[in-house]
Design a protein around this ligand. Structure first.
Ligand code: FES
Ligand code: FE2
Length: 337
């Protein structure tokens, strides 16, 4: 069950999947690494996540509704499921509670923090740890802005793009890469520095010995955090999560945070600028072939690819492990009694 997570090298990780404000009273359907998931709020407003496939006849639970008792009711035959997946009622089939528990839906660990809904990509009620929620998102001293869009690209291509410094003067020549472009000479050299961190890596770059003012961090599995250095007393960060939808689509979830000019009337312009920059990336990344990042040996790489190659090694290793674990499960399951 939920093999898509392993097939995408995306099993047993936390990721944001939706903005809090997107999940209201109605069930919210999404696809994560080719697996269907439904989010809904119980009577207390607490978010729950279930595999969006009724255990009875496989229809989408998200087409149903949240009933008065806070359960999610399947649209087909009205079975009702609690937040933890337990089956609360099977209409027309009265039975003792303990027998009914054999008809449970599959729940996934879920949290709502920092304006985002986070999911852990393993079925079951428990997660071994908590999501890495950026402190800015839960700090009242910060103004946070969220934006999402979906790219026609594999998440690994999108992720690598976010960790890639040398594309700036080309893809973003008219925006954030303009300074680099103007300072580049025919014999210029960019040095990319990569340092591991407990949760991924951090990378900075120099152009002809001059440090760029952007610090990029990769936080496993799918987050890029850009901090603008050299702004004493002020913090400006852009975070992007590349959330796998399926092999050909990635939901880009942006959060930009700043602790200055919080009520600036020009803020919408500033946010629009983020959108323009992401659009510049999208135009090239969607053309990548093969869609998913291949083994490093199948593409030519250079010294300025150090950060993206570190990500690629991690991804391909996890993916290999996922396939191995799956291939160990070869026996057919026993028939239910
Ligand atoms: S398919 Fe869901 S109750 Fe029958
Ligand atoms: Fe870019």
């Amino acid at each position: 069950m939920l093999e898509g997570f392993a097939n995408e090298g995306f099993t047993e990780v936390w990721t944001p999947v939706a903005l809090s404000r997107e999940v209201g009273k109605k069930p919210y359907a999404l696809t994560l690494a080719s697996e269907r998931v439904v989010l809904f709020r119980d009577n207390a407003g607490q978010v729950a996540a279930l595999h969006d496939q009724c255990p009875h006849r496989g229809v989408k639970l998200s087409l149903g509704k949240v009933s008065k008792d806070g359960c999610l009711e399947c649209p087909f035959h009205g079975w009702r499921f609690k937040s933890d997946g337990a089956c609360k009622d099977i209409p027309l089939n009265p039975m003792p509670e303990e027998k009914r528990q054999r008809f449970a839906a599959t729940a996934l660990p879920v949290r709502e923090r920092g304006g985002l809904i986070w999911l852990y990509t393993r079925p079951g009620a428990e997660a071994p740890d908590e999501p890495l929620v950026p402190t800015d998102l839960e700090d009242a001293g910060f103004s946070n802005y969220f934006y999402t869009e979906t790219w026609a690209a594999h998440w690994t291509r999108a992720m690598e793009n976010m960790l890639d410094m040398p594309h700036l003067p080309f893809v973003h020549r008219r925006t954030i890469g303009g300074g680099l472009w103007r300072n580049m000479k025919p014999d210029s050299r960019m040095e990319v520095e990569v340092q591991p961190t407990p949760v991924g890596l951090r990378t900075t770059s120099t152009l002809d010995g001059k440090l760029d003012d952007a610090l990029l961090e990769w936080n496993r599995p799918n987050n890029m955090t850009l901090t603008i250095l050299d702004m004493p007393g002020r913090t400006l960060r852009l975070r992007i999560w590349c959330v796998p939808v399926d092999a050909n689509h990635t939901r880009m979830m942006l959060a930009s945070s700043r602790n200055f000019m919080r009520y600036n009337p020009l803020a919408p312009l500033f946010y629009h600028f983020n959108k323009v920059i992401v659009g510049e990336d999208r135009a090239v990344v969607e053309s990548s072939h093969p869609v998913e990042v291949p083994q490093a040996s199948e593409e030519r790489s250079v010294a300025t690819d150090r950060a993206t190659l570190a990500f690629r090694r991690w991804y391909l290793e996890r993916k290999k492990r996922g396939e191995r674990e799956l291939s160990a499960v070869t026996e057919a399951p026993p028939l239910a009694s």
